[in-house]
Design a protein around this ligand. Structure first.
Ligand code: SAH
Length: 348
């Protein structure tokens, strides 16, 4: 097993059969994490980048079987933030040292392209030293292009699963893996820094699906790779499925770090939800980004993608402070620079 870890480190790749072994075995897990941590430190030192997450709408036209804000969940109280509310989240975030704002939401037709462009360009005018990241789901090439021209720098769109059959098991027929991938290629072509990723332990996922995910990432070469455990939500068709496994998720973070040494890899909220110290463990397995929540506290609980989501009662400053302590507890430092992938530099 140690040889496999060394090979993965050296070649940034392994044949499928060996990848399967590393993914499935917890033997030498600690060594895997240490190796990944070492690589991360050689590119990013002890720096941990922060992104301020603004969950601006939980209306969604889609019906993904795993997601708590799917259209057919009638129990969720829907909300959308107005432009001024979003700007006020940015103002508060800027004062707290955030230099990246991530606008994330369901696919909500009430936000026209004009409105998104207006919000993006306003943020860029007020805070020219900040990056704006969008995470609004699948849009047309023209829409992505318009947001980019308005000043958006980055786009997060997890592919969710790169295995066509698995994709079908997680999504209704109105959605397709083909279109999801096309969106990611469009975003890259336009010039966005792109983040993709997938859930770990989603229903019907096999190790072969995870290998397909890694192979797709090798093709796409995204700047950021966001992964987190699947966590069931009581009001979805998948309510009876079990949650993803913490250790499997940590191993995948480490494997992704070894395969993509300078990637931006967040220690996600979902990781912090399945385990109290999940995000800290994610950092020690190779992650280098955290995303504190900047959404207004009165709506946070409603952006419930999965049950028991953490950080729903704290304000922005509290959330940042809490994460800063968590980051420090494992020996890293939260930094406030813009945190692009190309700010990765060799420390050794
Ligand atoms: N509408 C946007 C944002 C989706 S929410 C988009 O389509 O990209 C952000 C991410 O949360 C999703 O990409 C998905 O990977 C994750 N997510 C959704 N439901 C989840 C669940 N039940 N458990 C864990 N992660 C989930």
């Amino acid at each position: 097993m140690m040889n496999l870890i060394d090979d993965l480190h050296k070649n940034k790749d392994l044949p499928d059969a060996q990848l399967k072994e590393i993914i499935e075995s917890d033997e030498c897990e600690q060594e895997l994490f240490e190796k990944a941590d070492g690589i991360r430190q050689s590119y990013y030192g002890t720096d941990i980048y922060i992104r301020g997450l603004i969950e601006f709408t939980n209306y969604c036209k889609n019906n993904c079987y795993y997601c708590g804000i799917r259209r057919e969940n009638k129990k969720v109280k829907r909300y959308r933030l107005g432009k001024d509310e979003i700007l006020s989240c940015c103002k508060q975030g800027y004062a707290l040292g955030f230099r990246t704002f991530v606008l994330q939401g369901g696919e909500d037709g009430a936000f026209s392209d004009e409105l998104i462009c207006d919000i993006v360009s306003k943020i860029k005018t007020l805070y020219p030293d900040c990056a704006v990241t969008l995470s609004l789901g699948e849009k047309s090439h023209d829409s992505y292009n318009a947001y980019f021209k308005a000043g958006a720098d980055r786009y997060l769109l997890r592919h969710e699963t790169a295995n066509a059959e698995h994709y079908r098991a997680l999504h209704p027929d109105s959605m397709s893996l083909e279109n999801r991938k096309k969106c990611l290629w469009d975003l890259k072509e336009i010039g966005y820094a792109v983040g993709s990723g997938f859930m770990v332990g989603s229903p019907y996922q096999t190790t072969e699906c995870l290998i397909d995910d890694l192979r797709f990432l090798q093709e796409l070469q995204p700047d950021m790779v966001g992964i987190g455990p699947y966590i069931s939500h009581k009001n979805t068709p998948f309510s009876d499925h079990k949650n993803g496994d913490l250790h499997l998720c940590l191993r995948l973070i480490a494997i992704i770090r070894l395969m993509f040494p300078d990637a931006l890899i967040p220690a996600t909220t979902a990781l912090g939800t399945i385990d109290k110290r999940g995000r800290e463990l994610g950092l020690t397995a190779g992650a280098n980004v955290v995303m504190p929540n900047l959404s207004p506290v009165n709506v946070r609980k409603q952006y419930e993608l999965y049950d028991n989501k953490i950080c729903v009662y704290e304000g922005a400053a509290q959330c940042r402070g809490c994460l800063e302590n968590r980051v420090a507890s494992v020996g890293y430092h939260m930094v406030t620079n813009i945190g692009n992938k190309n700010s990765a530099k060799k420390y050794v």
